[in-house]
Design a protein around this ligand. Structure first.
Ligand SMILES: Nc1ncnc2c1ncn2[C@@H]1O[C@H](COP(=O)(O)OP(=O)(O)O)[C@@H](O)[C@H]1O
Ligand SMILES: [Mg+2]
Length: 239
């Protein structure tokens, strides 16, 4: 089994503001792994530090046994890693088609159209909207567009930051199902979620972060059924 991502002792943050305090995490080929944790604990920063957007200080990050710590985003994309940010992940003033084209700037026209067609097959809701502005899409459709755009680079490993945040329950379900279906195309998935139950239900394993550290890891089903974790991290307490 190939280890797709192997993170050891990762520290990082923004300039001199340290957010991550020694993260250990791994993902094997074909796995679907969810990271959960309270707002502000550093989940987005962790994904950004891997993808070369937040600052990497120390530790080892390997992708398929190749050291990628501190690499630039464009190099990571060339290696087969794609990232869907939590916010501002589409260009509202461009059409759906143009947004998808932006995901494959360096591809030849032929390959680009094939990739766009394949991405639209995954998200049929977008097919009839191809020439509409992204600004006119619903929240769920926008998220589908953001994921489709990430697929244009034909990634092996997809990092998704809260893809179901602020969506209706129906869209949440649909998005998680579609993400799960990406595994059939051999894509390994790392997802950060606040709506953790839906995502964990589809995941192999989970990690819980708190204050810039991993505080727990285990099988997704064990995390889901643990009453203490439910109380503190999955919103089962009355509030
Ligand atoms: N660009 C930034 N510069 C400085 N601090 C930031 C920046 N972005 C986020 N932070 C801080 O980093 C911490 C972790 O944020 P984040 O990784 O977004 O948490 P999460 O995704 O778990 O909600 C927060 O205290 C947040 O205020
Ligand atoms: Mg976040």
């Amino acid at each position: 089994m190939t280890r797709v991502l192997d993170v050891k002792g990762l520290t990082g943050g923004y300039g001199s503001v340290q957010i991550l305090y020694g993260i250990d995490m791994h993902i094997d080929e074909g796995e679907f792994v969810t990271i959960i944790g309270p707002n502000g604990c550093g989940k987005s920063t962790f994904i950004k530090a891997i993808f070369g957007i937040a600052d990497y200080y120390e530790g080892q990050v390997s992708y398929k046994e190749r050291r990628i710590s501190g690499m630039r985003t464009d190099q990571l994309v060339n290696l087969g890693i794609a990232y869907v940010p939590q916010v501002n992940n589409v260009f509202p003033s461009l059409s759906v088609e143009e947004n998808l084209q932006m995901g494959g700037n360096s591809l030849s026209g032929n390959i680009l159209s094939q990739r766009i067609e394949r991405a639209l097959d995954m998200f049929p809701d977008l097919q009839s909207r191809e020439h509409d502005l992204a600004a006119s899409l619903s929240g769920g459709e926008r998220q589908m567009l953001a994921i489709s755009r990430a697929l244009i680079s034909d990634p092996n490993f997809l990092l998704l930051d809260e893809p179901t945040a602020a969506l209706s329950p129906l869209y949440q379900q649909q998005i998680i199902e579609r993400i799960d279906a990406l595994r059939e195309q051999g894509i390994t998935v790392l997802i950060v979620e606040q709506n953790a139950r839906l995502s964990l239900a589809r995941s192999d394993r989970g990690y819980i972060m708190s204050n810039g550290k991993v505080v727990h890891t285990g099988d997704a089903k064990d995390i889901l059924s643990d009453p203490e974790i439910g109380k503190y991290f999955l919103g089962t307490h009355d509030d």
